[in-house]
Write a protein that binds this ligand. Structure first.
Ligand SMILES: [Cu+2]
Length: 287
């Protein structure tokens, strides 16, 4: 009995030590500004930080233009039919049921529109799906409710928790913690204690999986969005072209604290990355 108590005490103590190690601050020696973040009352996309995000945003704008034109056209057609062909304006209606030229037109025109959209959307889709040669690989595992980031080539692993996780509202203590980590109160629920750190202008291949339930790895400003499914290894990639801090979110309803597992990515210079990595190898080595 005593031995098992001793054992569990030891296990708890080593767990605490491990947690303290994992939670150790891994600061980046570089002043970074926030680039990819939601804005209050914003309705558009977040600033794009990759060519992929720019492609996706351009595609969205192009399709939105087509949709708007079609909607205006159909609305005007409906108004015209309602005004011109109601029973008062047109008491003796025509009785024809077919009009071949019209039917050919309303088949061919949508086909042309869809082929046009496909010609632009498929290349973007292939660009996302075809994983290029990686400069570095990161494995991301979604847990209830935090992310684990692993750098398999450099044998580094650490967990990333929301700053103030488990707390309902922004308290003075959390505010303090945010400021210490270089954020403001506005980044509450966006900022994580340990960020995913990557070098700028490098192709980062991200392997994504879930440790318990399905999570969603979503970084809007990178054009990256994939489900983190237990038992499966999905791949996405990005090449951030501007240094800064980018925020993402878990995008699959994964339980009670789903909203408390933000993704914080710090895109830094190669030199700052190397320095950070050297420290991370000591602080958070993968066993
Ligand atoms: Cu989740």
């Amino acid at each position: 009995m005593r031995l098992s108590t001793l054992k569990s005490t030891f296990a708890a103590a080593s767990g605490l030590i491990l947690a303290a190690q994992v939670a150790a601050a891994q600061e980046v020696n570089e002043k970074l500004s926030i680039v990819g973040a939601p804005t209050a009352g914003g309705t558009g996309f977040q600033t794009s930080g990759t060519e992929m995000a720019r492609d996706v945003h351009w595609l969205d704008g192009m399709i939105l233009t087509i949709i708007t034109c079609i909607t205006i056209f159909v609305t005007l057609l409906l108004i015209w039919v309602a005004v011109r062909y109601n029973s008062r304006s047109n008491p003796t209606p025509a009785k024809f049921t077919h009009n071949s030229p019209l039917e050919i037109a309303w088949t061919i025109v949508p086909v042309v529109i869809l082929v046009f959209i496909g010609a632009f959307s498929l290349p973007v889709l292939f660009k996302q799906e075809e994983i290029p040669q990686a400069d570095m690989t990161v494995k991301v595992t979604g847990h209830q409710w935090y992310w684990t980031y692993e750098y398999p080539d450099d044998k580094v692993i650490f967990d990333s928790y929301m700053i103030g996780t488990g707390e309902g509202n922004l308290s003075p203590a959390i505010s303090d913690e945010l400021h210490k980590a270089g954020y403001t109160d506005a980044e509450f629920r966006l900022a994580a204690d340990n960020a995913l750190v990557v070098p700028v202008n490098k192709t980062v291949v991200v392997q994504v999986t879930g440790g318990d339930v399905i999570h969603g790895f979503y970084i809007p400003s990178f054009g990256v969005h994939i489900a983190a499914v237990p038992g499966r290894l999905a791949e996405v990639w990005f090449k951030a072209d501007k240094e800064g801090i980018y925020f993402g979110q878990c995008s699959a309803l994964c339980g009670q604290a789903h909203s408390a597992m933000p993704i914080t990515v710090k895109v830094v210079s190669q030199q700052a990355y190397d320095e950070w990595l050297a420290a991370a190898k000591v602080q958070n080595p993968a066993s």
